[in-house]
Ligand binder design. Structure first.
Ligand code: ZN
Length: 414
């Protein structure tokens, strides 16, 4: 980077540090779940910053916070932002940096170029992480894109079993009005996010242009056999679902390895019933998370997993229930926005990688109603979802400079 950046790294660092006070957890962690007092306080702080930057502020029906810079054309909104909720605990950058990036980019554009032709909006989205409501699945962006069903308001529950509608009422939101959060006037959504993987650090580069977000599927596998005494029943007389689970788990992980990067598969949850140390389990229930950004190879990964699961269950005489809990299509980035990212980075003399995103993001939901693009900035050691995550202010500022130039192209030039 030879050119002076239009974004000051110290200003980025200051905002990250300030926002991390809300839900601070230990020295560098953040524990900020949706609709909690610390979430409310963080949104209040952001509202003040939006206002100070000359944006008009409103909260929508699910609690997303929007700051708007009016444009002379009045329509075809260009939006940017990310999520304000965190893991339990997470770090200071995941989500938060994307909102700060939008704020600083739009503030810079307003100060330098005045009013845009198209309206520019910065958004702080709620419950991306599903860290309070495990089945919320991008709650804020689902509401914006009209993907919240009325039944979700009572069926989506927190870890204590409280429906999301009740928790919303507790922070002054009216769940019956959730449909009012739907937007029909967005033309583009651009999200800056930390990479959460090692590729930028390996390449020693600050910024990546995201080519698209991976498609993913979550399976819930239930294998039922027969509970028996762990000492008295010989191996050849058992119907042991754990033996089947072990073979399947090792097999699906092997499938992803053999398909090669960027195929991934993870078994992150497993439960045995009845769960006694000296009992052959009756049932074993586990999840399989499988992802690939390329449609044909993703279909192949899913096909291999499903046939393996069925084959193992049948051969071992186990009863199988195979449910698909979550099935999200990949969201390729808009080619014109990617080209604009590339031109912006070139103009700023910021070298970039082009990467697919293996992680899901709000942009995936937003892609159902408007064109989308994403930028990644380097994550130290590729770490995220931990208080240890870190992005250098210089890397963040480089990403925000590319974001600002792209927003300029979309809102002032087009
Ligand atoms: Zn995130």
């Amino acid at each position: 980077m030879t050119r002076a950046l239009p974004i000051d790294p110290a200003e980025v660092a200051w905002h990250v540090e300030r926002l991390a006070h809300f839900g601070a957890h230990g020295a560098t962690g953040v524990w900020r779940t949706v609709y909690s007092p610390e979430w409310t306080a963080a949104q209040q702080q952001l509202a003040e910053w939006f206002q100070a930057a000359g944006l008009s502020v409103r909260q929508d029906a699910v609690g997303n916070l929007w700051g708007r810079l009016e444009g002379s054309a009045g329509c075809g909104v260009i939006a940017t932002g990310s999520h304000v909720d965190s893991q339990r605990p997470g770090g200071q950058y995941d989500g938060a940096l994307g909102i700060i990036a939008g704020l600083l980019a739009v503030k810079h554009l307003r100060q330098t170029y005045g009013s845009p032709r198209r309206p520019l909006e910065v958004v702080s989205l709620c419950e991306e992480e599903s860290s309070r409501f495990p089945t919320a699945a991008y709650w804020g962006s689902r509401a914006i894109t009209g993907q919240v069903r009325p039944a979700d308001l009572t069926e989506v529950r927190d870890f204590d079993g409280v429906p999301i509608a009740d928790v919303m009422r507790g922070v002054g939101l009216d769940p019956d009005r959730v449909a009012e959060a739907v937007r029909h006037d967005l033309d583009a959504f651009i999200e800056l996010h930390i990479e959460q993987g090692p590729f930028l650090e390996d390449a020693n580069l600050p910024v990546a242009i995201v080519s698209g977000i991976t498609g993913m599927r979550h399976y819930l596998v239930t294998l039922t056999g027969r509970a028996d005494h762990a000492g008295a029943v010989p191996m050849d007389r058992r119907l042991d679902p754990m033996a089947g689970a072990a073979e399947i788990i090792s097999g699906v992980i092997g499938n992803a390895f053999r398909l090669g990067r960027p195929a991934v598969t993870t078994v992150g949850q497993i439960r045995a019933e009845p769960g006694g140390r000296a009992i052959v389990p009756d049932r074993v229930i586990f999840t399989v998370d499988a992802r690939h950004p390329v449609p044909e190879q993703r279909a192949e990964l899913y096909r291999q997993h499903e046939s393996l699961i069925r084959e193992v269950a049948a051969r071992r005489g186990l009863r199988l229930t195979l449910e698909i809990m979550l099935d999200i299509d990949p969201a390729p980035s808009d080619p014109a926005i990617m080209a604009l990212h590339e031109a912006s980075a070139r103009g700023l003399e910021i070298p970039c990688l082009v990467l697919p995103s293996g992680a899901g993001h709000d942009s995936q939901r937003m892609a159902t109603i408007c064109r989308t693009g994403m930028l990644f900035v380097q994550s130290r050691d590729g770490r995220s979802h931990t208080p240890d995550e870190y992005t250098a202010p210089e890397h963040a500022a480089a990403g925000i400079a590319v974001l600002a130039a792209t927003l300029h192209g979309l809102a002032y030039d087009e």
